[in-house]
Design a protein. Structure first.
Lengths: 267, 265
């Protein structure tokens, strides 16, 4: 075989260094972005240049938005998300375990789940407002529903997937009913539960923003909606960036927990 | 001891049917078999002859449609720690370390932590896994995983070991090494072993008696004493005249059944 060409060698090197490629891609996009948002271009009105956004981000972080400190908006969104997500997940795990453990419960609930699953939680916003008004409860309820659905279905799938051999071996080792449940079924289903939690949390964060767009006086969703209404373009972008950053942080936190507690999964 | 009758396992008029969408299908039929304490009994037969079903019935995982199984003179009431199970797929607890896997049975029985640690250590060193106690199953090779499963079963101190093709997934060399280790363990612990395999060689090398089963519905076709010298840790046994003669006759019996299954399909 002939020695690799310089081009081939470069490609090989890039394949082995994904982090360099990622950083490079970001730098290139920012460069193009800066280029197309020069003062002379027409894009300037709807897309601020990167450096203006960094500046704006700094001012918003220092002074807050709409007279309220940024932290208050963060807190509002996070509190709603966490309340809905934690209660929804706990209920989801509980019901999911029952469904996975008992065929009758599963058969009774599955038509409802099948029907509800394809409905995006956002579609319930008008309904929930009609029933419970535009207060905190409505927003938390939406998040509760979304995380409950995903966590319960995944938990049930996890319990179903526990191999029969594992149950037999543990019974032959002397494990009784509840011991089999706590020491075998629960840990074996944990990777599925984690997956449900990850999807559930990502969804919860999306829903809180959506629900704040419709009716809220605080929160990051409210912030971008308000900024849009008053044509404060920079603030809209800063808000969107912050929503992305928090979402990423939440996802990373769960991934970290997953690596710590279900390190054996998939191996 | 009162429970040490001359029958560790007694299978009486056992038949089992599965009820599927195509109606009832008979898996095992009219099995009568008595296994003495300390015996190493192997079942050989073509795929689908009901070997595993038989093991599952003795294990108490399946209730037979007719007949019964007595263990230590008493009819079995479901699975219990008197019958340890070792399966082809290891069925280890992935979230537990090797040490914790070995301790599992003792933990379920409510033994103290110190007790558990000592007993599990003892059996892990018996299977040569001293240095791997803190490993997780995914860090081990197939042969090591099966060793963990053996130590885990032994640590719960059952009278009987039920083994369902435990070495079938291992490569040829590892299989032979584990067979020799199992014989050593059997010699040391005096357990009664009920062993399922599709390999005639494995059956002859390991057991005191070999049962050949017919194709489905599985019946006992022939029960043969293996009168090779004991202990048999030495692999040279595998190439002796006596071994080969027995192999010849058993292979023929099994092949007849395999051919019959082929012909029916």
């Amino acid at each position: 075989m002939r020695p690799a060409s310089p081009l081939q060698r470069t490609v090989d090197w890039l394949e082995r260094h994904p982090k360099v490629v990622g950083t490079l891609a970001v730098v290139i996009v920012i460069a193009i972005w800066t280029l197309v948002t020069r003062p002379s271009t027409r894009l300037r009105g709807t897309l601020p240049p990167p450096h203006a956004l960094v500046l704006k981000l700094w001012t918003v972080m220092r002074d807050g938005y709409g007279g309220t400190p940024l932290w208050t908006h963060f807190q509002a969104s996070l509190l709603r998300t966490m309340t809905g997500f934690v209660t929804g997940s706990l209920a989801g795990i509980l019901i999911g375990l029952c469904m996975g453990y008992n065929r009758v419960v599963s058969s009774a609930l599955s038509p409802f789940f099948s029907f509800v699953r394809p409905i995006p939680a956002i579609a319930y916003i008008p309904m929930v407002i009609l029933w419970f008004g535009i207060g905190e409860f409505s927003k938390v309820l939406l998040i509760f529903m979304a995380s409950f659905l995903y966590v319960s279905l995944n938990t049930a799938a996890g319990v179903h997937a526990v191999p029969e051999d594992l149950l037999r071996v543990s019974r032959a080792l002397g494990a009784r009913g509840w011991q089999v449940f706590f020491f075998v079924i629960l840990p074996e289903a944990l990777p599925y539960v984690m997956l449900g939690l990850k999807v559930g949390l990502a969804l919860s964060w999306a829903i809180v923003v959506a629900s704040e767009l419709v009716a809220a006086q605080s929160g990051l969703g409210y912030m971008i909606m308000d900024a849009g209404t008053f044509f404060r373009i920079d603030d809209v972008y800063v808000g969107v960036f912050l929503i992305g950053a928090v979402g990423l942080l939440l996802e990373r936190t769960l991934t970290m927990l997953e690596r710590r507690y279900v390190h054996w999964s998939g191996k | 001891m009162a429970t040490m009758s001359q029958k560790a396992i007694e299978i009486v008029g056992l038949s089992h049917e599965f009820f599927g969408q195509a109606g009832a299908s008979r898996v095992v039929e009219d099995i009568d078999l008595t296994i003495a304490p300390g015996e190493f009994l192997t079942i050989v037969g073509p795929s689908g002859c009901g070997k595993t079903t038989l093991l599952n019935i003795i294990g108490g995982f399946i209730r037979p449609t007719a007949g019964e199984v007595l263990v230590g003179g008493r009819p079995i009431q479901g699975p219990g720690p008197d019958r340890g199970v070792i399966l082809q797929g290891y069925a280890l607890f992935r979230w537990l370390t090797v040490q914790q896997n070995a301790e599992f049975g003792l933990r379920m029985q409510g033994r103290t932590r110190r007790d558990r640690t000592d007993v599990a250590r003892h059996y892990l060193s018996l299977v040569g896994l001293d240095e791997f106690r803190s490993y997780y199953p995914y860090q081990l090779s197939g042969g090591m995983k099966q060793r963990v499963a053996i130590a885990r079963a032994l640590a719960a101190d059952p009278d009987i070991l039920l083994m369902d093709e435990p070495f079938a997934a291992l490569d040829a060399q590892m299989r032979e090494i584990l067979q020799e280790e199992l014989l050593r363990i059997w010699d040391k612990t005096g357990k009664t072993i009920f062993f399922i395999t599709h390999s005639v060689d494995e059956a002859i090398f390991l057991s005191t008696r070999v049962c050949v089963m017919t194709a489905r519905p599985g019946r006992l076709k022939r029960v043969t004493e293996v009168s090779l010298p004991q202990p048999r840790f030495d692999y040279h046994v595998r190439t002796t005249r006596a071994f080969n003669d027995l192999r010849e006759s058993l292979l023929e019996l099994v092949r007849e059944e395999v051919v019959r299954v082929r012909a029916e399909r």
